[in-house]
Design a protein around this ligand. Structure first.
Ligand code: UD1
Ligand code: CA
Length: 440
């Protein structure tokens, strides 16, 4: 039934959640477990666990199985873990999950870790609806134009849900049903515990289907309710690469919307790709064709792009300009600095008001390890300079165009030129003040 959720209800103190994440993801044709595929810098399992955390659910049990040693690294302390030894289907996975819930008396939310777009508002609404109607089980449903692949919701003449039929088991008449099972359910703990073992192996796939619990409950006249989300995008479950890409597109729009709402101008959102956990300050302007990867923080009033890539671990302070054909990785750039054209800044710390000339490069990798480049406030790195790390450029120092600065330190205020770069003079004014030159 379509119902309006009541937001004021207090509901989450006695909710537990079982996350189904043991599957291999055969249809992905991948060696990576399905729930470890990433969307904008975050794995599918992390999306689900983050949503549950934002919902405030205290007790979360994640069922893992396929390549569990890899999957467990992405779960951390956010959830208890239980291993499903044999992948015998979604009902079997739930059986493993409830082992960690013995004695639990509240509501048990069950969801799949392959649907990262589901919002906490929708989960909250499902729980509220289920509690209000005192249902033994409530199913989250959606009505979609192309329901292929999803379990279909069967209702009786009174409109009550009586069964879920999997795609493989549908008749021609059932195939056209557009109301689908999203794979999210809210159970009364006891109703789940009492009935999960009654599910029999499905005939076609020889698996225990969690969806069969609906018929098990229905045949005992237990109460089944449903909540239909009108957001048909959020329920997409990822089974194939195609669906992964579909979700990528939706996620990108969501991320861009969040960033824009935070006060950032994105000239052409269709060409900007920002990872999920990136933070960008207000009044920053992003030109077309910009890629910003995970764990990047950008300050206010910056100008970014066009054609810019900022890679993980970079911190860009306020009013920084990063221009076209620039790559930044694991670098901190303090306020009012400029890297305007054709430059590579890796494993670096740039002070304030630093100017990096066109084509300058920090040579951070010597074939074995990465090394740091430190550039002091007001330093001016001439066009085409190559700074071979580890290297430190003092405050207000200048490197001439095309200079090759090898290991070591350029003193504050020094001017170095040539290949390899040699100091030719030292500016007098830097002795008195560190304000140094103005950067154009
Ligand atoms: C499932 C539902 C289907 C629903 C769809 C929504 C069943 C039988 N079908 O189908 O009605 O429309 O989700 O997206 O439940 N898993 C385990 N252990 C297993 C098998 C699966 O943990 O033994 C996990 C998977 O990792 C996955 C989730 O359960 O996260 C769902 O499994 P999947 O194979 O993707 O089910 P669907 O065919 O999509
Ligand atoms: Ca699925």
């Amino acid at each position: 039934m379509k119902k309006k959720a009541n937001k004021s209800m207090k509901i989450l103190t006695d909710v537990a959640c079982i996350v189904l994440a043991a599957g291999e993801g055969t249809r992905m044709n991948s060696e990576i477990p399905k729930v470890l595929h990433s969307i904008y810098g975050k794995t599918l399992i992390q999306y689900t666990l983050d949503t549950l955390r934002s919902l405030g659910i205290g007790k979360v049990v994640t069922v893992i199985g396929y390549k569990s040693k890899d999957v467990v690294k992405f779960i951390g302390s956010r959830s208890e873990i239980v291993i499903q030894e044999k992948l015998l289907g979604t009902a079997d996975a739930v059986k493993q999950g409830i082992k960690k819930l013995s004695g639990f008396k509240g509501d048990v939310l069950v969801l799949c870790a392959d649907a990262p777009l589901i919002s906490n508002e929708t989960l909250r609404a499902l729980i509220e609806v289920s509690r209000k109607s005192k249902a033994d089980c409530s199913v989250l449903t959606a009505t979609i134009k192309n329901p292929t692949g999803y379990g279909r919701i069967l209702r009786n003449d009174e409109g009550r849900v009586v069964k879920i039929i999997e795609e493989k088991d549908t008749s021609l008449y059932e195939k056209v049903i557009e109301e689908i099972n999203t794979g999210v359910y809210c159970f009364k703990a006891k109703s789940l515990f009492d009935n999960i073992y009654k599910i029999k192996r499905n005939n076609i796939k020889r698996e225990y289907y969690l969806t069969d619990i609906i018929e098990v409950l229905s045949l005992q006249d237990l109460k089944i309710d449903s909540y239909e989300t009108l957001d048909v995008e959020e329920i997409i479950g990822i089974n194939s690469r195609f669906e992964l890409i579909q979700v990528h597109k939706i996620m990108r729009k969501r991320i861009v919307k969040r960033i824009i709402e935070g006060g950032v101008t994105i000239i052409d959102p269709d060409t900007v790709y920002i990872d999920e956990n990136v933070e960008i300050g207000a009044d920053t302007i992003i030109e077309p064709f910009v890629r910003i990867e995970k764990n990047v923080k950008i300050g206010k009033k910056c100008r970014l792009g066009p054609f810019l890539r900022i890679r993980p671990g970079s911190v860009i302070k306020d009013n920084v300009k990063l221009g076209n054909f620039v790559e930044i990785v694991r670098a901190t750039i303090k306020s009012n600095s400029k890297v305007s054209h054709l430059a590579y800044i890796g494993d670096s710390q740039l002070g304030e008001k630093v100017n990096i000339g066109a084509g300058a490069v920090t040579a951070n990798y010597n074939g074995k390890e990465k090394n740091m480049t430190i550039i002091g406030d007001n330093a001016f790195i001439g066009s085409g300079s190559i700074l071979v790390a580890p290297v430190e450029i003092g405050k207000g120092a200048i490197t001439g165009a095309n200079s090759l600065v090898t290991k070591g330190k350029v003193r504050s205020g020094a001017v170095v030129v040539g290949v390899p770069a040699k100091e030719i003079k030292r500016k007098r004014e830097t002795k008195k003040t560190n304000k140094g030159r103005s950067v154009k």
